[in-house]
Ligand binder design. Sequence first.
Ligand code: GLC
Length: 596
Amino acid sequence: MPQAVIPTPGSELAAWWADAVVYQIYPRSFSDANGDGLGDLRGVTERLDYLKRLGVDAVWLSPFYRSPQADAGYDVADYRAVDPIFGTLQDFDAMLEQAHGLGLKVIVDLVPNHTSDEHAWFQEALASPPGSPARERYIFRPGKDQEPGSGDGLLPPNNWQSIFGGPAWTRTTEPDGTPGEWYLHLFDTKQPDLNWDNPEVHEEMESVLRFWLDRGVDGFRVDVAHGLVKEEGLPDWAGAAAMVEGQQAGHHESGDAPGAHTDAEEPHRAPTPDAPASPYLDQDGVHEIYREWHQVLAEYDGDRMMVAEAWVEPAERLARYIRKDEMQQAFNFDFLLAGWDAARMAVAIEDSLVSAATVGASSTWVLSNHDTVRHASRFGLKDPTTFPKGIGKEDEQPDQQLGLTRARAATLVSLALPGSAYVYQGEELGLPEHTTLPDTARQDPSFFRTLGAERGRDGCRVPLPWRSDAPGYGFSSAQQSAAPWLPQPPSFGELAADLQDGVESSTLELYRSALDLRRRYSLGSGSFSWADAHDPGNGVLAFQNRDVLVMANMGTVPVAVPEGYAVLLSSIYDVGNLASVPTDSAVYLVATGTGA
Ligand code: GLC
């Protein structure tokens, strides 16, 4: 008998997103149609059939807007234009039309916390005097010691640290050449924060929403959704320094017990309840903005949606972003951060289901994205719950085989949970992080701003291998092509999509099978209860969703398959009729009619 049923939030929700599988496309690394070594929108269009065949329901595209690319497009210079490196608005429209024709929804990225310093607004602000309306769109302040008539403003207005390292303030030079005010940037110097106390900022972002909604997008992934509003008075925050100093930054020799986690290891995460509240993360005021946007989306047909990128804890705080009149979804980073550990994963699953149920929303499940070390590599580290900020060749190198074995199992768990699942491009090929990228190839500003202490996120952003025998592993479909913008590790050759296609034991076919079963058994809109076999203390995660019993073994000894069950799918190949679930694997089981 299964144990008590945990409320499955959102199972009554009819909207497409409630149980959708969303594939994250990182456009510069997905597929290159014009041969310049950088992915583009035409490259996406060319691969939509592949995504359809994979069995996903939607795609989310990271930013492709006009941008100087100081943070790979998360520094937007024009929210209504496609950057020429990615193509044109017509290319976008063609991609959208083809995706919709295939029944795929399209989500775009919205970056509302900051613009590029090359955005027309910021240029205007720099050319305008302190106190002018143009400056009021951003967060300009005099230096701390800059009293009228005295002091020279040499110190930044407060002690906030940039999430990418270094101070969160940069000093300007006034139009007359004298040293001037400072401006706030939670991220890179080239990403000035917008002032969300200014109604003009609200109007502009609403108009940007409408621009893309009118074009037909189905939703938005909202970047840094927990960061837009800053506490009045911008008070100093002792916690800020800790977010940058003391980061493990790719080093694993800290001697922490397995499972020990510090906030400092996690990306721009709001502090735990016993730490002082951050004056710039998860401020209550952000919710007002999402209520406004909810209204805008509600004017459009077709269940348009928003998903929050909010590194907020605990789960109840995160649930506030998905109240009925706010966003529809929020990424479940607790699940991502749990690592390969049954007890931690079980807590993350239950907390997420329970807290989402309190607001009537559905949960999301995510294991990797463009900001995190790929799970196929994290799970191959000595401590598979650590969360390094990038991995370099000086750091502990993951056991690739072990990591991939566990990643395949974790994926089966993730895709069988009720709610919506997010898949990061390349994980369906079992791609590892590039852990030996030369520093000269790195481009992530966090690498530079921490003087290399953080290896950064380039290792998970390496261009995809489509063909094992082609230059750049077929990243470019053009006759002639430049080298991919980041070098690919040799292991990408044997993981190329063409080598996995139709090969039963491959990770690609495992994803296809899992997505097919997920659909056939309606797992996304399913039910959830821990099963009898659930024993997280011994590394066993086991739950029942509709007719499917899911078991994952993160322990050290094989676990018996309950009597009367047959294997539908296993994360390790060639199982036949398994009698037990081996260590580091997961299975989908169905009752055969006896003993169930
Ligand atoms: C989000 C994005 C990340 C970006 C940052 C600043 O965390 O996912 O890639 O660097 O915001 O926009």
